[in-house]
Design a protein around this ligand. Structure first.
Ligand code: PLP
Length: 422
């Protein structure tokens, strides 16, 4: 029965029951962690062969990968990932180990130099504002904040950002220069942006002539089901709409091979790629092609990547299933929680009774379960409804995910009973 429908006496009983359950958990002295979306060591082991690669040091085109050069990255690796990301190899740059660094470089270049379609560097504008679909990726927001870029939010719907809300923000205000989007299996919602929404975002009129969609496709290949959702072809849509320079696409192998030693990618219009590598050439004489070659040899081709991702799925799917099962069993009819059931990616987004997310995280911490701070998925760390909690089940072993989730659901019910009784 929904907590909100209980009589005062029944609610007092429910509160006492949850307190007892919670106190019992606290006595166990747990130390569990559902905070960050990292691969488990079992997942990292899938790529152990990389430690013995590359064989030799010569790329397919004869390049000696030990030397300087090749700013846009090794062609054979770009070919593999161009196929997977649905872009032309010449429109794809293979870089260092972090796509977040490429996003930061892109933003810094836009601020300092302006983009290919800018009238002036963004720093010369009075103000720069970004549209942020929420809940979203905390590091996106922290990056914008560190660069002095203001943030306005739009809701994330089941098919992507709320297009009408975005349209209203971008139509008349030229300070609105761009937006974030994790298009496939979003962080933390797991939502995939539909073809229709992508088409609208690439075609919508914007007051800023150099509006950018930072299309962070970090989880493009990270399917949790056999139905491998395809991302919208944002570059073609934007070209067809006459805005070819609007999207800048990012991806990486951080959660495919090694999170600290993978390869990151950037894609865009040919002009955007030239712009990016032109600026990159002032700070680098070429990427780590040894790492790129070992990745190319490890995968062989795009099907090699697909087969590898299926092995990740086998490891992490049971953890996502456990989260879903425990949330449904414990909170299904409580009326105080909603959550996403992602078909890919690394997260589950849990909405608890408004006004209790911070309390849930605090209670969980006191019971030995670390959760991502409430509000982390919102700009400036502020969730206006204090309702959202991001769950990241990939890193701990399955048994720990199960124990941690039992604590989470107890804390959700206790915090809700406290609030409703107050
Ligand atoms: N983008 C999103 C949406 C992420 O969730 C993450 C990591 O959690 C990253 C980017 C980081 O990517 P990289 O390791 O390539 O810097």
């Amino acid at each position: 029965m929904a907590l909100a429908d209980l009589s005062a006496a029944e609610l007092a009983d429910a509160l006492a029951t949850q307190r007892t359950a919670y106190d019992r958990i606290r006595e166990q002295g747990l130390t569990l962690d559902l905070t960050r979306g990292k691969p488990s060591s079992e997942q990292l082991d899938l790529s152990e062969e990389l430690m013995r690669l590359p064989q030799g040091h010569t790329a397919a085109d004869g390049t000696d990968v030990r030397n300087y050069g090749g700013l846009a990255g090794l062609p054979e690796l770009r070919e593999i990932f161009a196929e997977l990301l649905g872009v032309e190899p010449r429109q794809l740059v293979a870089g260092g180990n972090s796509s977040l660094t490429m996003m930061a470089d892109t933003l810094k270049n836009l601020l300092l130099h302006g983009g290919v379609d800018s009238e002036r560097p963004w720093l010369q504008e009075e103000k720069v504002t970004f549209v942020c679909p929420v809940p979203g990726y905390d590091r996106h927001f922290a990056l914008l904040e560190s660069l002095g870029i203001e943030m306005v939010t739009v809701p994330m719907n089941a098919d992507g950002p709320d297009v009408e809300a975005v349209r209203r923000l971008v139509a008349d205000d030229p300070s609105v220069k761009g937006m974030w989007l994790v298009p496939t299996y979003g962080n933390p919602t797991g939502i995939t942006c539909s073809q229709e929404v992508a088409a609208e975002l690439t075609a919508m009129p914007t007051a800023a002539p150099d509006f950018k969609i930072l299309w962070d496709n970090a989880y493009a290949l990270h399917h949790l089901t056999e139905d491998e959702t395809k991302s919208a072809d944002v570059l073609s849509l934007a070209s067809a709409a006459g805005n070819p320079h609007r999207p800048v696409v990012f991806a990486s192998t951080s959660k495919i091979t090694f999170a600290g030693a993978g390869v990151a990618f950037l894609a865009g219009s040919p002009e955007t790629v030239k712009w990016f590598t032109g600026h990159l050439g002032k700070s680098s004489i070429g990427p780590d092609k040894v790492n790129q070659l070992r990745h190319a040899q490890f995968f062989g081709d795009a099907d090699g990547v697909r087969a590898h991702m299926a092995k990740h799925r086998e490891i992490i799917k049971p953890k996502f299933d456990a989260v879903e099962r425990i949330l449904s069993d414990d909170l299904g009819d409580s009326g105080v929680a909603r959550w996403t059931t992602p078909e890919g990616g690394y997260f589950v987004s849990l909405d608890v009774l408004p006004g209790t997310a911070g309390r849930v995280v605090e209670l969980a911490k006191d019971a030995g379960v670390a959760l991502t701070p409430a509000g982390a998925s919102f700009p400036y760390g502020q969730d206006p409804d204090d309702t959202n909690i991001r769950l990241a089940p990939t890193l701990p072993p399955l048994a720990e995910v199960e124990s941690a989730m039992a604590v989470v659901t107890t804390c959700v019910l206790l915090a809700a009973a406290e609030k409703l009784s107050a």
